[in-house]
Design a protein around this ligand. Structure first.
Ligand code: GDP
Ligand code: MN
Length: 417
């Protein structure tokens, strides 16, 4: 799920006819002041990060004057919210809240449904998970039939919404579903949906995520990696995404785990796992012997040799790493000779550049016998500290981790590190 920032989602709301507070995004305290001046009323300053619960973390704050807005923005910009650095704030007119509602569309993944579900509650502004079920009105959508305006009116009506609010709320839920379809969303939520003392309904927040498989249809959203990421992708991650973007043969997943200045402190390994949980087991094996992963890479789902090769190459391109570890900690149901070929090619190109470099390879699963032969034959004359293991050590994290540690220690000693 590729996430959008609140301000991006709100731009879509505005285009789609859902009322949002007047405001603009700012990257500096001075810009925040200008936006507040333009609004000319008390404002709310909100951190733009891919995390909820900002209110409770002090990342949503109010300001009565432009001076105050500048100060508050200065406090919020640069702060960390759930481990994410705030680089932008949204400065908006402060709403005079009479009541907070919730409206959202998500995917109901229950086996008998598997369709979008519309949700509305009169208990907004809090975690929707904590709202009792009888306070939430839900409608599973038949996607072929779609929805009618009376469907969403009925949802609001069933929770006692009436008068001037009813039509506005029904209209917003109806439009929310159109947005969900048009932008291939997995999630689009408004929490809180604010009913003001002046009798108007506004989307005061927006949480929106696009289905990875639909990202390519929406270049206008500027999403650079069609995958769930906690923060903006790094250059390294963007390069690795190139292998994946147009090649659906197997999967590669590559994330940067530390910066180059960290690597120089020592103890970092170029990490290459195979298959979700097994790949995590490999990280654990390293951590238990005091080593850290420079990257987290995973090639699985029967990838081609070329995809494995490219991933191995980018792993080995990281400066100051002290080893390469292919952690195939499972009997993978994929033809492992593709991995063997890819790894051999990458190591043949890279190991001669750094004599004595440690490389521990654990590979088992289909075509294991052939894979082992390819590895042994292909790597036998290289000037590295290379060890190759098979199913005999398949879940033996302690032993394999110990071997990586031992080779890294030898290498460090030799290099005088
Ligand atoms: P979240 O905590 O990350 O979901 O951020 P929200 O945008 O939902 O803001 C958190 C809370 O701040 C909301 O539930 C509101 O109670 C409050 N809040 C946000 N905007 C306004 C506003 O314009 N006026 C008032 N009075 N409260 C607001
Ligand atoms: Mn919210």
């Amino acid at each position: 799920m590729a996430r959008l920032y609140e301000y991006q989602g709100k731009e879509i709301f505005k285009k789609s006819g859902i009322t949002i507070p007047e405001g603009e995004v700012a990257k500096t305290p001075e810009d925040a002041r200008k936006v507040a001046e333009g609004i000319g009323r008390p404002v709310v300053v909100k951190a733009q990060v891919w995390a909820g619960g900002r209110g409770k973390s002090g990342a949503v704050r109010f300001a009565d004057t432009p001076d105050e807005a500048e100060k508050v923005a200065g406090d919020i910009l640069g702060m960390e919210v759930k481990g994410l650095e705030v680089k932008q704030v949204l400065v908006e007119e402060k709403l005079d809240i009479a009541q907070e509602f919730y409206a959202g569309v998500i995917i109901n993944s229950a086996r008998e449904v598997r369709a979008p579900v519309l949700m509305f509650s009169t208990e907004g502004g809090v975690d929707i998970e904590s709202v009792p079920e009888d306070k939430i009105s839900m409608l599973n959508v038949d996607v072929l039939r779609g929805i009618q305006p009376y469907d969403t009116l009925n949802m609001a009506l069933s929770l006692g919404v009436g008068g001037k609010t009813l039509r506005q709320v029904g209209d917003i839920i109806y439009r929310l579903y159109s947005i969900f379809r048009k932008y291939d969303c997995r999630t689009v939520e408004i929490n809180p949906l604010v009913f003001t003392k002046g009798g108007k309904v506004y989307a005061a927040d927006c949480r929106m995520a696009i289905d990875d498989a639909g990202v390519f249809r929406h270049p206008e959203l500027g999403i650079r990696i069609g995958r769930e990421f906690l923060k903006e992708p790094t250059e390294f991650e963007l390069m690795a995404w190139k292998f994946e973007e147009d090649d659906f043969r197997g999967t590669s997943y590559v994330a940067q785990m530390a910066g180059e200045s960290e690597f120089r402190k020592g103890g970092y390994i170029g990490y290459h796992g195979i298959g979700g949980g097994a790949a995590i087991l490999g990280v654990d094996a390293l951590n238990k012997v005091g080593l850290k992963v420079a990257d987290y890479a995973d090639t699985s789902g029967n990838p081609t040799a070329s995809k494995v090769y490219r991933v191995a190459k980018i792993i080995l391109a990281q400066p100051d790493i002290e080893g390469y570890f292919l952690a195939g900690f499972m009997m993978a149901n994929q033809e492992q000779w593709h991995h063997a070929h890819g790894i051999v090619k990458a190591l043949r190109e890279e190991i001669p550049k750094r004599p004595g470099f440690p490389a521990v390879i654990l590979l088992c699963g289909n075509t294991e016998k052939e894979s082992q032969e390819i590895l042994k034959e292909g790597l036998k004359d290289l000037p590295g500290r290379i060890e190759i293991y098979d199913r005999e050590h398949v879940y033996d994290a302690k032993f394999i981790g110990g071997r990586v540690r031992a080779l890294v220690d030898e290498y460090r000693k030799e290099k005088g590190l």
